[in-house]
Design a protein around this ligand. Structure first.
Ligand code: 5GP
Ligand code: MG
Ligand code: MG
Length: 178
């Protein structure tokens, strides 16, 4: 394996606190409304499950899932985004929030939001846990952001290196293994 688990960048406690904060904002914004939350597989799964539990009875929340391919087994983007698994819900006329683990170049999210916008939802917003702002090449309009992070390859809390490390409860820097 080329990478190993390096130092903690964001701890379990910091993640929990931020998820509560984001959850409270979304709950307030969509009180009394129906929202279809779209989890971008697989990286966003853990964040998604934690975030959705913050909605409470005030929001009529529904789940759906979207799988795209971007990185493969590398840490650099192939530059090509492809839908592997589409939504099973018709989002026409619905409030939709896309939930993603990390925003890097913006290629994935700009592709996904364009695709979903074509289906004429009532509203479409994006919630990302992590944002590597300085890496952006495609503009993306994000309403809910967890943490701005430096340009480091991170793992844990859903994020993988070649399928490994998603289960770690904190976000770590991936360290090159000699
Ligand atoms: P973008 O399309 O914005 O360049 O990249 C977004 C996708 O790249 C994320 O959903 C994630 O799968 C992957 N990615 C970008 N940066 C990282 C990182 O630091 N760690 C991991 N594990 N994946 C990343
Ligand atoms: Mg992702
Ligand atoms: Mg990945």
């Amino acid at each position: 394996m080329k990478y190993r688990i390096g130092r903690v960048l964001i701890s379990e406690g910091q993640l929990r606190e931020k998820v509560k904060e984001l959850g409270a904002q979304i709950r307030e914004d969509y009180k009394g409304e129906k929202v279809i939350f779209v989890c971008v597989l697989k990286g966003a799964v853990i964040f998604f499950a934690d975030l959705l539990r913050e909605m409470g009875p005030e929001v009529d929340a529904q789940f759906d899932f979207l799988a795209i391919s971007s990185y493969g087994a590398s840490t650099v983007s192939s530059g090509i985004v492809k839908i592997q698994e589409d939504l099973s819900t018709d989002i026409h006329g619905e409030n939709v929030i896309i939930v993603e683990d990390i925003l890097d170049t913006g290629l994935s999210l700009s592709y996904i939001s364009k695709l979903l916008r074509e289906r004429a939802p009532k509203s479409l917003e994006i919630c990302v846990l992590l944002d590597k702002e300085e890496r952006r090449t495609q503009p993306v309009n994000v309403k809910y952001t967890g943490f701005k992070i430096p340009d480091e390859f991170v793992i844990g809390y859903g994020l993988d290196y070649a399928g490994h490390f998603r289960h770690l409860p904190s976000v770590h820097i991936a360290e090159p293994a000699e």
